[in-house]
Design a protein around this ligand. Structure first.
Ligand SMILES: [Zn+2]
Length: 309
């Protein structure tokens, strides 16, 4: 603390003396290079005896968000909700956030991003190598969740076993889907299926969250009396789909079921004040849910999780 005080006082003194430093030539330094926008690649916190690391496997800007998050909204209503939340109506930023949980005995990864490069870079930034991952949980089989499973170098997580919902796996097994057939099918002999209520490991329980895809699963994480939900793609925009959960979402394969699941799960998180990581939320993708007269409000976590020790 004393070092900080000393250096701060020194800095203040130096600043105060500047006007009298007439010998300083103007433009003494070359301009620093522009670095470009940047985000951290991981965010880690404790949850009971577990460690939870949110991993930023990618982010990109997309156009025309109404065509994804407000299919049945009027352009006026969509623009008004965007403006009320200080967002543009013509662009959005999408994030891809796998979550890694260290239970103390296993490293459990939820989803894998679009391609191996993103998830392995984020893992490396957080201090892990892909072959340390013991379990990969697939919440559902869309390409931005299974894409990191393998690449030209083969399977990304060489020593992992895999877990997914049986309804989801059964659907895609019969769908002649290129992504599933290329990324998931080769791992079938290492795959364990579960149903809603099934456990990946002690403290990690599957919740049926069908609608976004036929067997889409969310997960409840519980350790030492603390809880966190991994909501995956139950809700994919922190404003449009939370404040207007009934608005139709392009990627919800069953739109009515997607909306119903969204309201049920968000209602539960709001009532029980449980924080959640949402796969496509603004990084670090971690927030609470406040119920409002119409829909819900995303309350980003600030320092609450750091108080967990
Ligand atoms: Zn997704």
């Amino acid at each position: 603390m004393s070092t900080f005080r000393l250096s701060r006082r020194t800095a203040l003194f130096a600043g105060a003396s500047l006007p009298f430093a007439a010998a300083l030539p103007p433009m003494a330094h070359a301009a620093a290079e522009m670095k470009g926008s940047a985000l951290p690649l991981f965010n880690r916190f404790k949850l009971g005896d577990f460690e939870v690391t949110a991993l930023l496997a990618g982010t990109r800007t997309t156009e025309k968000p109404q065509e994804t998050f407000g299919l049945d909204a009027t352009p006026e209503d969509f623009a008004a909700l965007a403006a009320a939340n200080f967002l543009p109506a013509d662009k959005t930023q999408n994030f891809f956030t796998p979550t890694l949980i260290n239970t103390g005995s296993e490293l459990v990864l939820f989803d894998t991003g679009l391609a191996p490069e993103g998830i392995t870079a984020a893992l490396a930034a957080a201090g892990y190598s892909p072959d340390q991952v013991d379990v990969v949980v697939l919440t559902h089989m869309h390409g931005d969740h299974i894409g990191g499973l393998s690449g030209e170098a083969g399977p990304t997580f060489a020593k992992a076993r895999y877990v997914t919902g049986s309804v989801e796996h059964n659907h895609w097994s019969g769908a002649a889907n290129e992504g599933f057939d290329g990324k998931v099918k080769p791992l079938n002999d290492k795959m364990t299926m579960l149903e809603g209520g099934g456990t990946v490991a002690p403290g990690i329980t599957a919740l049926e969250a069908f609608g976004h895809s036929p067997g889409h699963m969310a997960y409840m994480i519980e350790s030492g009396g603390q809880r966190l939900a991994i909501t995956a793609d139950t809700v994919n925009h922190y404003v449009f789909s939370m404040q207007r959960p009934d608005w139709e979402v392009r990627f919800d394969m069953d739109k009515a079921a997607g909306a119903a699941t969204r309201k049920t799960l968000l209602g539960m998180l709001a009532a029980d004040r449980i924080p959640f990581i949402g796969y496509h939320m603004p990084f670090p993708a971690l927030g609470f849910v406040e119920a409002q007269a119409e829909g819900f409000r995303f309350v980003p976590v600030s320092y609450q999780m750091l108080l967990n020790g």
